[in-house]
Unconditional design. Structure first.
Lengths: 369, 364
């Protein structure tokens, strides 16, 4: 286990207990651990009393962090479980009023920003039916979907409902192929979120409630990061996760090797929320910690292109408007993806390492790319 | 008979779930989970057959034989009337039809299913080696602004850039392809996974064999784990041709495709999960003679096993015995979302299905 435990602050303990009371299983999915939370809390209290030791930043690669983050879910507006994880992985980082995870390196102006959006287009429980099935709504509702078949990826697949008492596995109903035979042709309209009925095994609304399932619980495809080829990793939203992993690994390195940045001023490293809804996380940084001389955004191909076209990006506001202006010149670190916007969106872990190295260099005063 | 039968009958009637951790449910799961997580697209059933053999009781393992088609036979008891019980080993999936110059794989379906459920999903290519080669089912080449639900064509990417590199992974034309599978418990006694069709049937046969004392059987019962059901009942046809008219009855133990969900038409096949196995009295391949339906219902009642009677779509292995006049008394368990990656069952139905099979062997 990484020695980030030694840097846990008492006020972070509940979050850490929650973090360590769940594990990501071999399939990359978050599951409750068998160890009681009290036992975990006690262990952490004991560990937090040990002398602070150097982080194991050098031993955790951006690729390993990509694998870790790709197994997690951060539906727009419901990113805080992932923020909890980031706060434990990045000592010194704090949660700001928008819910971003923020770390400041250095002091004073000029200020620079390195940020990565966390959120993914996903779903929330819209209704619990009397028969126990759940229906969904998309979050964010106002969104440019990655493609016209985005919702269709739910049909007949396993999902995770992030319920009040922990993740609950479910499936999205699909017609049985046998029962369609001889009964007329099936509609060729793509499956949409309004066609989604989630089956968690409950036979009634009260059965769903017994699982802690209720309206507004985030729902996403079960995340099972899948490695193939020599260095490829496939998972939903893996491009964005890889970008955040690249930034995270670089920031951990900067924390572990302080004093290497020869530049004056400070750098804000941030993992931002709700980029797909209103860029609330990013703009909150601009207004609360800016103005920045320059802002670098790490993201997948689609997100990076949107940022690079920031002059026409409605979420960021007009170029001359105060929040947008406070971001300064905007640049992007881009993670290339194959099959973007699908359940098998794919990144090259080798490219992730290269990108992380470039970010680390920038954090230490080198050119951005 | 399992002592579980009577208790479960009352619990089912009450609609409660106190049997979540009962011994029969736990044993059913202990057999079913490794079967579900074994891979065996039609024609490549060897890994599943090996798992079945491992899970058989010792006496049955000693008697197990594999025929030239790949069916696994276990004979118990002696004398007439001979009764055959058959469940199939194979599952739906794809096979490699060609390897392209860019290293990607052209594929063809093995069995009937919605291809959209496989599009843009993780893939495993089964080469016969111990570990499959991972890849991904690619999204369709072109989507356009108004795509249809069903892709006309898609391929598999194994992360290579040339035909030679793909072949170096051991992949060849005919290699089979699946999605990765995982057995997962849902609420109560429910579970999800892929290829419950027909690993639940195999589980019922194994559990029944575990419960039987072969020395006490009053007639011969032949348990067959068949191959290539999903591509035309091919393995069962070989077994039927070998046995010809000897059996007095055949029982296909296979999925009862259920309309137990809000998205299915409710005209027929409405057998709720958790309320017991189902006599598959009328399907697309066979009609069970009504007196035999009645007899089976009587047998279940006598053993306090909950039993539903219904009609659904699909064919079953028992129908291959029709040319010899052998009655097919097919029995299933209700399954939601058949032939999808998200099939859902109730484990109580699995345990009760095993009770029915055991009762048939011992008493009918």
């Amino acid at each position: 286990m990484c020695r980030t435990l030694a840097l846990v602050f008492p006020n972070q303990l509940p979050k850490v207990v929650r973090y360590f009371s769940h594990r990501v299983d071999l399939a990359g999915e978050e599951r409750p651990m068998k160890a009681p939370a009290g036992f975990v809390a006690l262990s952490l209290l004991l560990l937090s009393g040990t002398p602070t030791e150097p982080l194991c930043a050098q031993t955790v690669t951006a690729g390993e962090l990509t694998l870790r983050l790709a197994g997690m879910t951060a539906v727009t507006g419901y990113e805080q479980a992932m923020v909890d994880t980031l706060l434990t992985l990045l000592p010194g980082a704090v949660r700001d009023r928008a819910g971003n995870a923020v770390l400041v390196l250095g002091n004073g102006p000029p200020r620079r920003l390195a940020a990565c959006p966390l959120d993914e287009t996903g779903f929330a429980v819209g209704r619990v039916r009397p028969d126990g099935w759940l229906t969904l709504r998309r979050s964010p509702a106002r969104t440019h979907l990655p493609g016209p078949l985005f919702d269709q990826q739910l049909e007949g697949q396993r999902v995770t409902v992030f319920a009040a008492r922990g993740p609950v596995p479910g499936v999205v109903a699909v017609r049985s192929v046998h029962l369609t035979r001889g009964r007329g042709s099936l509609s060729q309209e793509p499956f949409t979120v309004d066609d989604a009925y989630v089956d968690v095994g409950a036979a009634s609304a009260s059965g769903a409630a017994d699982l802690g399932v209720g309206v507004l619980n985030p729902v996403a495809l079960a995340k099972r990061p899948h490695r193939y080829g020599s260095d490829k990793l496939a998972a939903p939203w893996v491009g964005r996760r890889a970008a955040c992993a690249a930034l995270l690994a670089a920031a951990r390195r900067s924390v572990a090797e302080p004093g290497k940045d020869s530049r004056s001023g400070s750098t804000v490293v941030a993992f931002v929320v709700e980029q797909q809804l209103s860029a609330r996380g990013l703009l909150t940084l601009a207004t609360s910690r800016g103005p920045f001389a320059e802002s670098w955004i790490a993201d997948d191909s689609v997100g990076a292109r949107a940022v690079q076209a920031a002059d026409s990006n409605p979420e960021l506001g007009a170029v001359g408007s105060p929040p947008r202006a406070a971001l300064g010149q905007i640049h992007a670190w881009q993670i290339s993806t194959a099959y973007p916007g699908t359940a098998v969106e794919t990144v090259s872990l080798e490219q992730v390492e290269h990108t992380s190295a470039a970010i680390a260099g920038w954090l230490q005063g080198e050119a951005g790319q | 008979m399992r002592t579980f039968g009577l208790a479960a009958f009352f619990m089912t009637a009450a609609g409660a779930l106190p049997a979540q951790q009962s011994a029969p449910v736990a044993e059913a799961q202990s057999v079913l989970a490794p079967l579900v997580e074994s891979y065996g697209v039609s024609g490549m059933e060897a890994p599943v057959r090996a798992t079945v053999e491992r899970l058989l009781p010792r006496w049955a393992r000693a008697k197990a034989e594999t025929d030239t088609a790949g069916n696994l036979w276990v004979r118990a008891g002696k004398g007439d009337p001979v009764v055959v019980v058959v469940a199939h080993l194979d599952e739906i999936g794809y096979a490699v039809s060609a390897i392209r110059d860019d290293g990607s794989l052209e594929i063809m379906a093995r069995g009937g299913f919605f291809p959209s459920l496989f599009e843009a999903e993780p893939a495993l290519i089964h080469t016969g080696a111990a570990t499959p080669v991972p890849g991904v089912f690619m999204p369709r080449d072109s989507i356009g602004p108004t795509p249809g639900r069903t892709p006309s064509h898609f391929r598999v990417d194994v992360g290579t850039a040339s035909r030679g590199a793909t072949e170096a992974l051991g992949i060849k034309v005919g290699s089979t392809i699946t999605m990765p599978k995982q057995y997962v418990r849902l609420a109560g006694t429910r579970a999800t996974g892929r290829s419950f069709d027909d690993r639940v049937g195999c589980t019922a046969l194994i559990l029944a064999l575990r419960g039987l004392d072969p020395a006490r059987l009053r007639h011969e019962v032949i348990f067959i784990f068949s191959v290539r059901e999903e591509v035309g009942l091919e393995g069962a046809a070989v077994a039927a041709a070998a046995l010809q008219g000897r059996p007095t009855r055949v029982h296909a133990i296979d999925t009862f495709v259920s309309a137990d969900s809000p998205i299915e038409p409710q005209a027929f096949a409405v057998a709720p999960i958790g309320r017991g196995p189902v006599v598959r009295a009328l399907d697309n391949s066979a009609v069970t003679p009504p007196p035999l339906v009645d007899s089976l219902a009587h047998l279940a009642r006598a053993r306090n096993i909950p039993l539903q009677i219904g009609t659904t779509n699909g064919g079953n292995d028992g129908s291959t015995f029709a040319p010899w006049g052998v009655p097919d008394v097919a029995i299933g368990w209700p399954l939601r979302y058949s032939h999808s990656p998200a099939e859902v069952i109730d484990l109580r139905d699995v345990a009760h299905l095993a009770d029915v099979v055991q009762a048939i062997a011992e008493r009918w």
